[in-house]
Design a protein around this ligand. Structure first.
Ligand SMILES: [Zn+2]
Ligand SMILES: [Zn+2]
Length: 309
Protein backbone atom coordinates (compact mmCIF):
# COMPACT_ATOMS: atom_id res chain seq x y z
CA UNK A 1 0.00 0.00 0.00
CA UNK A 2 2.75 2.37 0.97
CA UNK A 3 4.63 1.51 -2.19
CA UNK A 4 1.63 2.28 -4.45
CA UNK A 5 1.08 5.51 -2.65
CA UNK A 6 4.68 6.59 -3.09
CA UNK A 7 4.62 5.67 -6.79
CA UNK A 8 1.46 7.73 -7.22
CA UNK A 9 3.00 10.68 -5.45
CA UNK A 10 6.07 10.51 -7.68
CA UNK A 11 3.93 10.37 -10.83
CA UNK A 12 1.84 13.27 -9.60
CA UNK A 13 4.93 15.26 -8.73
CA UNK A 14 6.56 14.64 -12.05
CA UNK A 15 3.37 15.75 -13.82
CA UNK A 16 3.20 18.86 -11.72
CA UNK A 17 6.89 19.67 -12.24
CA UNK A 18 7.84 18.53 -15.74
CA UNK A 19 11.57 19.27 -15.32
CA UNK A 20 11.88 16.71 -12.54
CA UNK A 21 11.43 13.89 -15.10
CA UNK A 22 14.62 15.03 -16.79
CA UNK A 23 16.96 13.58 -14.19
CA UNK A 24 19.85 11.25 -14.84
CA UNK A 25 18.02 8.44 -13.04
CA UNK A 26 14.95 8.84 -15.24
CA UNK A 27 17.11 8.54 -18.33
CA UNK A 28 18.73 5.46 -16.83
CA UNK A 29 15.34 3.93 -16.11
CA UNK A 30 14.07 4.57 -19.62
CA UNK A 31 17.20 3.26 -21.28
CA UNK A 32 17.11 0.16 -19.07
CA UNK A 33 13.51 -0.49 -20.10
CA UNK A 34 14.18 -0.53 -23.82
CA UNK A 35 17.74 -1.88 -23.93
CA UNK A 36 17.70 -5.12 -21.99
CA UNK A 37 20.71 -6.40 -23.96
CA UNK A 38 23.00 -3.78 -22.41
CA UNK A 39 24.87 -4.38 -19.14
CA UNK A 40 24.51 -1.95 -16.24
CA UNK A 41 27.67 0.01 -17.02
CA UNK A 42 26.60 0.44 -20.63
CA UNK A 43 23.17 1.67 -19.52
CA UNK A 44 24.78 4.16 -17.14
CA UNK A 45 27.06 5.34 -19.92
CA UNK A 46 24.18 5.81 -22.42
CA UNK A 47 22.07 7.56 -19.76
CA UNK A 48 24.91 10.01 -19.07
CA UNK A 49 25.11 11.07 -22.71
CA UNK A 50 21.29 11.21 -23.02
CA UNK A 51 20.99 13.25 -19.81
CA UNK A 52 23.70 15.73 -20.81
CA UNK A 53 22.32 16.15 -24.35
CA UNK A 54 25.70 17.56 -25.41
CA UNK A 55 28.42 15.05 -26.23
CA UNK A 56 31.33 17.50 -25.99
CA UNK A 57 30.23 18.55 -22.52
CA UNK A 58 29.45 14.97 -21.46
CA UNK A 59 32.90 13.69 -22.50
CA UNK A 60 34.66 16.82 -21.20
CA UNK A 61 33.20 16.63 -17.69
CA UNK A 62 33.65 12.86 -17.48
CA UNK A 63 37.28 13.02 -18.68
CA UNK A 64 38.29 15.86 -16.39
CA UNK A 65 36.67 14.35 -13.30
CA UNK A 66 38.14 10.95 -14.07
CA UNK A 67 41.61 12.43 -14.43
CA UNK A 68 41.39 14.35 -11.14
CA UNK A 69 39.93 11.41 -9.26
CA UNK A 70 42.57 8.97 -10.47
CA UNK A 71 45.48 11.39 -10.15
CA UNK A 72 44.83 12.47 -6.59
CA UNK A 73 43.19 9.18 -5.59
CA UNK A 74 46.25 7.22 -6.66
CA UNK A 75 48.65 9.71 -5.08
CA UNK A 76 46.92 9.58 -1.70
CA UNK A 77 48.11 6.09 -0.67
CA UNK A 78 51.70 7.21 -1.40
CA UNK A 79 51.24 10.30 0.81
CA UNK A 80 49.99 8.04 3.61
CA UNK A 81 52.86 5.59 3.09
CA UNK A 82 55.32 8.50 3.42
CA UNK A 83 53.89 9.12 6.92
CA UNK A 84 54.34 5.52 8.09
CA UNK A 85 57.92 4.80 9.28
CA UNK A 86 57.50 1.03 8.75
CA UNK A 87 57.56 1.62 4.99
CA UNK A 88 60.83 3.54 5.13
CA UNK A 89 62.85 0.39 4.46
CA UNK A 90 61.24 0.18 1.01
CA UNK A 91 62.04 3.78 0.09
CA UNK A 92 64.58 3.98 -2.74
CA UNK A 93 66.25 7.15 -1.43
CA UNK A 94 65.56 6.48 2.23
CA UNK A 95 67.05 9.72 3.50
CA UNK A 96 64.80 11.85 1.31
CA UNK A 97 61.22 11.51 2.53
CA UNK A 98 59.18 14.42 1.14
CA UNK A 99 57.71 16.72 3.77
CA UNK A 100 53.99 17.53 3.93
CA UNK A 101 54.77 21.13 2.93
CA UNK A 102 56.68 19.97 -0.14
CA UNK A 103 53.84 17.69 -1.21
CA UNK A 104 51.25 20.40 -0.66
CA UNK A 105 53.29 22.88 -2.72
CA UNK A 106 53.54 20.33 -5.51
CA UNK A 107 49.81 19.49 -5.35
CA UNK A 108 48.88 23.16 -5.66
CA UNK A 109 50.98 23.64 -8.78
CA UNK A 110 49.72 20.43 -10.35
CA UNK A 111 46.14 21.50 -9.65
CA UNK A 112 46.68 24.91 -11.26
CA UNK A 113 48.18 23.23 -14.30
CA UNK A 114 45.23 20.80 -14.50
CA UNK A 115 42.76 23.69 -14.66
CA UNK A 116 44.75 25.98 -16.96
CA UNK A 117 46.71 23.66 -19.25
CA UNK A 118 44.98 20.30 -19.24
CA UNK A 119 41.33 21.32 -19.04
CA UNK A 120 41.24 23.12 -22.43
CA UNK A 121 42.99 20.16 -24.02
CA UNK A 122 40.59 17.70 -22.45
CA UNK A 123 37.74 19.83 -23.85
CA UNK A 124 39.19 19.56 -27.36
CA UNK A 125 39.41 15.83 -27.02
CA UNK A 126 35.82 14.92 -27.95
CA UNK A 127 35.60 16.95 -31.18
CA UNK A 128 38.99 15.57 -32.20
CA UNK A 129 38.05 12.02 -31.31
CA UNK A 130 34.81 12.33 -33.26
CA UNK A 131 36.60 13.74 -36.26
CA UNK A 132 38.77 10.63 -36.35
CA UNK A 133 35.80 8.33 -35.84
CA UNK A 134 36.26 7.23 -32.22
CA UNK A 135 33.23 5.33 -30.90
CA UNK A 136 31.30 6.71 -27.94
CA UNK A 137 28.13 4.63 -28.15
CA UNK A 138 27.07 1.39 -26.49
CA UNK A 139 27.57 -1.58 -26.45
CA UNK A 140 31.21 -1.41 -25.41
CA UNK A 141 33.92 -3.21 -27.41
CA UNK A 142 34.85 -6.77 -26.34
CA UNK A 143 37.51 -7.12 -23.63
CA UNK A 144 40.08 -8.85 -25.84
CA UNK A 145 40.02 -5.89 -28.23
CA UNK A 146 40.46 -3.37 -25.42
CA UNK A 147 43.35 -5.44 -24.05
CA UNK A 148 45.36 -5.72 -27.28
CA UNK A 149 44.80 -2.06 -28.19
CA UNK A 150 45.95 -0.94 -24.74
CA UNK A 151 49.02 -3.19 -24.99
CA UNK A 152 49.89 -1.52 -28.32
CA UNK A 153 49.43 1.95 -26.77
CA UNK A 154 51.77 1.01 -23.89
CA UNK A 155 54.51 0.00 -26.33
CA UNK A 156 54.08 3.04 -28.62
CA UNK A 157 53.79 5.56 -25.78
CA UNK A 158 56.95 4.17 -24.24
CA UNK A 159 58.84 4.68 -27.52
CA UNK A 160 57.52 8.25 -27.87
CA UNK A 161 58.37 8.96 -24.24
CA UNK A 162 61.89 7.58 -24.58
CA UNK A 163 62.83 9.79 -27.54
CA UNK A 164 61.08 13.00 -26.51
CA UNK A 165 62.25 12.68 -22.89
CA UNK A 166 65.81 11.99 -24.07
CA UNK A 167 65.61 15.05 -26.34
CA UNK A 168 64.45 17.15 -23.38
CA UNK A 169 67.69 16.33 -21.60
CA UNK A 170 69.58 18.19 -24.31
CA UNK A 171 70.97 21.42 -22.75
CA UNK A 172 68.67 24.19 -24.09
CA UNK A 173 65.53 22.05 -23.92
CA UNK A 174 66.42 20.91 -20.43
CA UNK A 175 66.90 24.47 -19.21
CA UNK A 176 63.83 25.81 -20.97
CA UNK A 177 61.36 22.98 -20.38
CA UNK A 178 62.32 19.86 -18.47
CA UNK A 179 64.16 21.37 -15.50
CA UNK A 180 60.89 21.99 -13.64
CA UNK A 181 60.09 18.27 -13.55
CA UNK A 182 63.54 17.60 -12.10
CA UNK A 183 63.01 19.92 -9.13
CA UNK A 184 62.54 16.80 -7.00
CA UNK A 185 65.63 14.61 -7.08
CA UNK A 186 63.72 12.10 -4.94
CA UNK A 187 60.27 11.97 -6.56
CA UNK A 188 56.91 11.16 -4.94
CA UNK A 189 53.56 10.17 -6.50
CA UNK A 190 52.13 13.68 -6.77
CA UNK A 191 55.19 14.88 -8.70
CA UNK A 192 54.29 12.73 -11.74
CA UNK A 193 52.65 15.64 -13.59
CA UNK A 194 54.74 18.38 -12.00
CA UNK A 195 56.13 19.77 -15.24
CA UNK A 196 56.19 22.67 -17.67
CA UNK A 197 53.03 23.11 -19.81
CA UNK A 198 55.12 22.42 -22.92
CA UNK A 199 56.34 19.16 -21.42
CA UNK A 200 52.78 18.19 -20.51
CA UNK A 201 51.80 18.72 -24.13
CA UNK A 202 54.81 16.99 -25.70
CA UNK A 203 54.79 13.94 -23.43
CA UNK A 204 50.98 13.98 -23.35
CA UNK A 205 51.00 13.34 -27.07
CA UNK A 206 52.27 9.84 -26.34
CA UNK A 207 49.27 9.18 -24.11
CA UNK A 208 46.49 10.96 -25.99
CA UNK A 209 47.88 11.46 -29.52
CA UNK A 210 49.02 7.87 -30.09
CA UNK A 211 45.50 6.41 -29.67
CA UNK A 212 44.05 9.19 -31.85
CA UNK A 213 46.54 8.42 -34.63
CA UNK A 214 45.73 4.73 -34.17
CA UNK A 215 42.03 5.56 -34.55
CA UNK A 216 42.67 7.70 -37.65
CA UNK A 217 44.26 4.69 -39.35
CA UNK A 218 42.18 1.80 -38.11
CA UNK A 219 38.83 3.55 -37.54
CA UNK A 220 38.44 1.15 -34.67
CA UNK A 221 38.71 2.62 -31.18
CA UNK A 222 36.17 3.20 -28.45
CA UNK A 223 36.48 6.07 -26.01
CA UNK A 224 36.11 3.61 -23.10
CA UNK A 225 39.27 1.81 -24.27
CA UNK A 226 40.93 5.21 -24.24
CA UNK A 227 39.72 5.81 -20.65
CA UNK A 228 40.99 2.46 -19.38
CA UNK A 229 44.32 3.14 -21.10
CA UNK A 230 44.63 6.59 -19.53
CA UNK A 231 43.78 5.22 -16.07
CA UNK A 232 46.48 2.54 -16.41
CA UNK A 233 48.98 5.07 -17.76
CA UNK A 234 48.25 7.39 -14.80
CA UNK A 235 48.84 4.48 -12.41
CA UNK A 236 52.11 3.75 -14.20
CA UNK A 237 53.30 7.37 -14.05
CA UNK A 238 52.32 7.95 -10.39
CA UNK A 239 53.75 4.62 -9.23
CA UNK A 240 56.98 5.26 -11.16
CA UNK A 241 57.35 8.50 -9.17
CA UNK A 242 56.33 6.97 -5.84
CA UNK A 243 59.92 6.46 -4.67
CA UNK A 244 59.14 2.99 -3.30
CA UNK A 245 60.36 -0.40 -4.38
CA UNK A 246 58.70 -3.46 -2.82
CA UNK A 247 59.53 -7.16 -3.07
CA UNK A 248 56.16 -7.45 -4.81
CA UNK A 249 56.79 -4.63 -7.32
CA UNK A 250 55.77 -5.56 -10.85
CA UNK A 251 59.26 -5.50 -12.39
CA UNK A 252 60.29 -8.48 -10.24
CA UNK A 253 57.74 -10.52 -12.18
CA UNK A 254 57.98 -8.71 -15.52
CA UNK A 255 61.71 -7.93 -15.88
CA UNK A 256 61.11 -5.51 -18.77
CA UNK A 257 58.63 -3.40 -16.74
CA UNK A 258 60.31 -0.14 -15.65
CA UNK A 259 58.54 0.77 -12.39
CA UNK A 260 59.68 3.11 -9.62
CA UNK A 261 63.19 1.71 -9.34
CA UNK A 262 63.89 2.69 -12.98
CA UNK A 263 62.53 6.25 -12.83
CA UNK A 264 63.78 7.05 -9.33
CA UNK A 265 67.38 6.63 -10.53
CA UNK A 266 66.60 9.00 -13.39
CA UNK A 267 65.55 11.71 -10.93
CA UNK A 268 68.51 11.01 -8.67
CA UNK A 269 71.18 11.07 -11.38
CA UNK A 270 69.58 13.20 -14.13
CA UNK A 271 71.08 11.03 -16.87
CA UNK A 272 69.78 7.76 -18.34
CA UNK A 273 66.57 5.72 -17.89
CA UNK A 274 64.48 7.88 -20.22
CA UNK A 275 61.68 5.43 -21.01
CA UNK A 276 58.34 5.38 -19.18
CA UNK A 277 56.88 1.88 -18.96
CA UNK A 278 59.51 -0.54 -20.22
CA UNK A 279 63.25 -1.09 -19.93
CA UNK A 280 64.03 -2.21 -23.47
CA UNK A 281 64.86 1.15 -25.11
CA UNK A 282 67.37 2.11 -22.40
CA UNK A 283 68.83 -1.39 -22.48
CA UNK A 284 69.27 -1.61 -26.26
CA UNK A 285 70.55 1.97 -26.68
CA UNK A 286 72.80 1.74 -23.61
CA UNK A 287 71.28 4.64 -21.72
CA UNK A 288 70.59 2.75 -18.49
CA UNK A 289 71.30 4.74 -15.35
CA UNK A 290 72.63 3.69 -11.96
CA UNK A 291 75.66 1.99 -10.47
CA UNK A 292 74.89 -1.45 -11.95
CA UNK A 293 74.67 -0.07 -15.48
CA UNK A 294 77.90 1.90 -14.92
CA UNK A 295 79.62 -1.27 -13.73
CA UNK A 296 78.44 -3.20 -16.78
CA UNK A 297 79.71 -0.41 -19.04
CA UNK A 298 83.13 -0.41 -17.29
CA UNK A 299 83.46 -4.18 -17.63
CA UNK A 300 82.54 -4.00 -21.29
CA UNK A 301 85.19 -1.35 -21.91
CA UNK A 302 87.81 -3.38 -20.05
CA UNK A 303 86.94 -6.49 -22.05
CA UNK A 304 87.26 -4.52 -25.29
CA UNK A 305 90.60 -3.09 -24.21
CA UNK A 306 91.85 -6.57 -23.36
CA UNK A 307 90.73 -7.85 -26.76
CA UNK A 308 92.58 -5.04 -28.52
CA UNK A 309 95.87 -5.86 -26.76
ZN1 LIG B 1 64.10 13.73 -17.15
ZN1 LIG C 1 59.83 11.98 -13.56
Amino acid sequence: MDFIQSVNTTTLLSHALPHTTDTYWNHLEQISQYNVHLNYLERMWAAWYAYMGNDVLATGIMSFLMHELIYFGRSLPWIIIDCIPAFNKYKLQANKIPTAAEQWQCAKLVLISHFTVELPQIWLFHPMAQYFGMGTSVPFPPLYKMAYQIAIFFVLEDAWHYWSHRAMHWGPLYKGIHKIHHQYSAPFGLAAEYASPIEVMVLGFGTVGVPIVWCAFTKDLHILTMYVWIVLRLFQAIDAHSGYEFPWSLHHFLPFWAGAEHHDVHHERFIGNYASSFRWWDFVLDTEAGPEAAKRRREKKLAEARKAQ
